[in-house]
Design a protein around this ligand. Structure first.
Ligand SMILES: C[S@@+](CC[C@H](N)C(=O)[O-])C[C@H]1O[C@@H](n2cnc3c(N)ncnc32)[C@H](O)[C@@H]1O
Length: 318
């Protein structure tokens, strides 16, 4: 089925009123495009890692909504036109024009799967759960992944940087803390490489569900890989569940500002001599993250590695 997309050109000032007017007209779900930066609370709630650079906000906005092909468009549009005329009397709605475009009915949740195929990171094979093992890679250590809507197919530079450092620093029997587990790919890799236990946490409940399913597909038990949704930085229950000074390795592939906050947190969960593998750091933020480690005397910086524009910083707890 195709959907018709209708877009109202308006002002940022009128967006909220237009949104509630559309809701009153029975429109379910709208899309807002503007150049207003997200607030900190919005960024957190939407699990956004990298904010795009926006052009200046000139007060213009586009509000779009979708109608199914068999919907009585004329009736809905006439109601929307009346609603816009009414709003025009007490708010600047700008042009207030409605344009129509058809849109394909794509399976947006699953569309990305066509781009995810088996690949290797050194001697590790990362394979979507729904694909066959390529015969030439049968001898490799295999990690099977279906990230669902979570981050973590393994194809991102930052995940690969962490996988390489897990291969280097992890010892047999190590206990691993995976902060921002996403699909669970890093904890699962650690367990397959010989870790005895992993604790994974993520703000996103969908990520925790995906990680749990991936652990099972990879033959790991629930006792080996404990998962919980929450923020280890400010949630005492998550901190306590993870445990104090009980991990040999902590890994966090999040963004630089979060890694900076984690320089305090990870130290309290690692044993003396424990290794903190970090990534998600864009090269322009490398110095900031290093300064945060340097400011905390518990850390000794060990190594920095790079892949394209991304950085991985390794530190040891003294
Ligand atoms: C870049 S993804 C990494 C996923 C996976 N570990 C990987 O390396 O591919 C970052 C993840 O961290 C989560 N996250 C962000 N801030 C967090 C926090 N304070 N505590 C736990 N998870 C967090 C996000 O929801 C997201 O799933």
């Amino acid at each position: 089925m195709k959907w018709k997309k209708y877009t109202i050109d308006t002002t940022t000032e009128a967006v909220d009123l237009i949104s509630s007017m559309l809701e009153e007209q029975g429109v379910e779900g709208i899309e807002i495009e503007d150049n207003v930066p997200l607030t900190e609370a919005e960024t957190k709630g939407m699990f956004i890692d990298i904010l795009p650079e926006l052009p200046p906000d000139e007060g213009k906005a586009r509000v779009s909504f979708y109608l199914e092909e068999d919907c009585d468009d004329a009736a809905v549009l006439s109601g929307v036109q009346d609603g816009l005329s009414e709003l025009r009397m007490f708010v600047d709605i700008g042009e207030g024009t409605i344009t129509c475009s058809e849109t394909e009915d794509k399976d947006w949740i699953n569309n990305w799967k066509q781009y995810f195929h088996p690949f290797t990171v050194d001697e590790i094979l990362i394979k979507p759960t729904w694909e066959e093992v390529p015969p030439e890679h049968r001898d490799k250590l295999m990690i099977e992944i279906d990230p669902g809507t979570a981050f973590g197919t393994g194809s991102h530079e930052t995940t690969q940087l962490c996988i390489r450092q897990l291969q280097k620093y992890l010892k047999q029997g190590d206990r691993v803390l995976d902060i921002g587990t996403g699909s669970g790919i890093l904890a699962i890799t650690a367990l397959k490489l010989g870790a005895s236990y992993a604790f994974g946490t993520d703000l996103d409940e969908n990520a925790v569900t995906a990680a749990r399913e991936n652990a099972e597909v990879n033959g790991l038990t629930e006792e080996q890989f404990i998962l919980t949704a929450g923020n280890i930085i400010d949630d005492p229950a998550v901190k306590e569940q993870a445990g104090i000074e009980c991990f040999d390795v902590a890994v966090a592939n999040i963004l630089a500002p979060v890694i900076i906050l984690l320089t305090g947190e990870a130290a309290s969960h690692l044993k003396k001599g424990g290794i903190f593998i970090t990534s998600g750091i864009i090269n322009t933020k490398e110095a900031d993250v290093k300064a945060a480690f340097a400011a905390n005397p518990q850390w000794e910086l060990l190594e920095t590695t790079y892949q394209n524009d991304w950085v991985s910083i390794i530190a040891r707890k003294r």
